[in-house]
Design a protein. Structure first.
Lengths: 128, 128, 128, 128, 128, 128
């Protein structure tokens, strides 16, 4: 299995359709960046042993909330966190904790992103 | 038990002597901020149910690595991560993953901080 | 008076209805964060003696403009600044000065936020 | 020729109508900041010898992509880059490279900004 | 009086010898940036009516604490704040408040900077 | 030639011995991150056609100056810029320009980094 194939499988497992959409959105402007996302982010990093996917999504949600500059990607990974087994409550706790390290506005804006993602999940019907 | 007492207990459990040192360093300039660290960060946030301490330290290490502006606090929490049961390997994985979300310099500088903390642990003799 | 009551009073004094709206927006996802905003931000910090509210709002407007990641909160505090006695001109001066410390885009985007807040004030009729 | 006149000429050369629009948007709230943009940014900095305009726009596009807090200004300078002779491909390369230094979300969001600017150029008919 | 002369006078009033040192440190690498600091930051911005110097220094100290990337400049402006009449207590309050907007690490690191500046003031003997 | 070999060649061409030192500094803590730096940053990104190395180093120096969180990496790339043909003057211009987009402190701290790198070059004797 190539790095790309490994990465694609991992991307589907974590981000599902939202991850596919990101790669498609790059098709007409920078298809190679989509390739690097698959190969490096998912094929190299997320498939590494030594840290489970649940922990990896906690790390990503925390970082994107703290940075405050990547709302679309934060939403993808809040969905990703649900996909790999985090509960809504756990995700909310991670985001709230960022008030301590990046200030209350970062935590507030992270929660507003989570609210949108959770609402879409509710519309999609029961499951998670 | 007051918020302060709860927070102090939690601070000792997570950050140990390094956490005590932070509060002491504020004694002559802003003792109330030390009080808020204990009461709010540890007494309110870290003692919340709904997310285990291991996951909380993963979130904090990820965020501080990504922000890149808080090296002293990152070091305290790398030590804190070890204290609550993260392995060195898991901490390294969290920091490396930040290359994807905050760039390679953030990951590199986070790893250099971890290297210092681990080296101090080695000098202190076997244990963790 | 509890910390919550003190904080709520202070929140009303500074942010008025916009502050209430923030706490309400958290009700269904993270009501405890709304509680911490009231207790810690307003009950602990803003009620402290040693710095008047006018100066506190200058500090907040400056910081949120410089960070550039918290437009909704910046708008709340521009309104808050007017509420505690800053003039529009003073608020504009604070934001403009951020060009020196955080670059022209930060100052420009801060001014666009101020423009929106001032326009809402104009619609609401004469007063400030 | 005054600093203002020099700056205005340079602003027109680089940013064209989009630059004029920025100064106009400040007219009713902070006309002096528009004056400083013209005088300092364009009259002092961009007119300096020692670095060609192509290189200056590469630097600006890279920095605004990496910061991730200035999307409107990034769009103005992507257009500016085209105006001073950068190809779409070169601009895409600069933005993609930021994945290494500021993370993939910064590069993705920069590319989405570029996509919008390029689409407007396509609508405006053939030329660049 | 030229912009440079006005700016130099203002720089001396606010930052004193520390401001002079900044301009001198640029003499052999980028003397024109020193010129722009004097002309734009001090000659254009700080000399503007509409906001008193005390308020301007509050804004600058708040922003530099929140950004967390400019410790040397923060120290210069903590000294500057004392020079234009802020008390140590007021400066400490401004920095502490940043815990709410930029997180506790930003406030802690800002206070450590203040501690250094105040200690130098103590050594220099009684006065402020 | 593998991605690693291509990347290593490119890393040597751009960063020279300073780049090798970075990879070595990771050997005992996260050798795989050194591998990713070589493979992804240099083997994938820097070897791409479509943008010359001179322009790539301008972009990197601009971004790292603007971010203000990566001084060690900024120094490596200032050296790298000299290695691929940028003059000291051009590097100084790129850094100065960041005053417009990220504020004067970012530009000042970038210039202090450049000063150190240039001084080491002077000690090493004539050449660049």
């Amino acid at each position: 299995m190539t790095r790309y194939e490994q990465g694609w499988r991992k991307l589907l497992e974590i981000d599902g359709q939202a991850g596919v959409a990101v790669t498609e959105s790059l098709a007409d402007i920078a298809p190679d960046l989509a390739k690097y996302v698959v190969e490096f982010a998912f094929g190299d990093i997320y498939q590494r042993p030594g840290l489970d996917l649940r922990s990896r999504e906690i790390a990503t949600i925390a970082a994107l909330t703290a940075l405050g500059t990547a709302t679309p990607q934060l939403k993808v990974h809040i969905r990703g966190g649900l996909n790999v087994g985090l509960s809504r409550q756990e995700i909310v706790e991670v985001i709230m904790q960022m008030a301590v390290y990046a200030g209350f506005p970062a935590a507030l804006n992270g929660l507003f992103a989570a609210k949108e993602v959770f609402a879409q999940g509710d519309e999609a019907g029961p499951s998670k």
